[in-house]
Ligand binder design. Structure first.
Ligand code: FES
Ligand code: FES
Length: 128
């Protein structure tokens, strides 16, 4: 389908690189049988931008420079989007607790937390 943003990492549900949204809930695509998502609304990283404008969390990742190699980034962003839809004004502990299943081998965690804070503020200001 030419959607190559989602990444294959561990293949065992342990790293989060393959995270996509099903009906706005973050799921690990590597361990999700296709038949179990029949009828569901699937969003990959390619589906976040609207009308040519990046999602606030995508913009925040750029602003916070929250990536190095970028391999974990699509999964991080999809998990972060799911998290912010449920917790629009999180503190550091809540972010870390939710995101701890997403692994970044480059160790950009502090910048990822910063990006989620930036996006939360932007989304509140934009009324999303
Ligand atoms: S590749 Fe799916 S969780 Fe690691
Ligand atoms: S930026 Fe390299 S794995 Fe996260």
């Amino acid at each position: 389908m030419h959607l190559n943003g989602s990444k294959y990492g561990c293949g065992e549900g342990q790293c989060g690189a393959c995270t996509v949204l099903m009906d706005d809930k973050a799921i690990r695509s590597c361990i999700t049988p296709v038949e179990s998502v029949a009828g569901g609304r699937i969003t990959t990283i390619e589906g976040l931008a609207k009308n040519g404008r990046l999602h606030p969390l995508q913009r925040a990742f750029l602003e916070a420079d929250a990536m190095q190699c970028g391999y974990c980034t699509p999964g991080m962003i999809m998990s972060g989007v799911a998290f912010l839809s449920r917790n629009p004004d999180p503190d550091d502990r809540e972010i870390i607790r939710f995101m701890e299943g997403n692994i970044c081998r480059c160790g950009t965690y502090t910048r990822i937390v910063k990006a989620i804070h930036i996006a939360a503020k932007a989304m509140q200001e934009e009324g999303k």
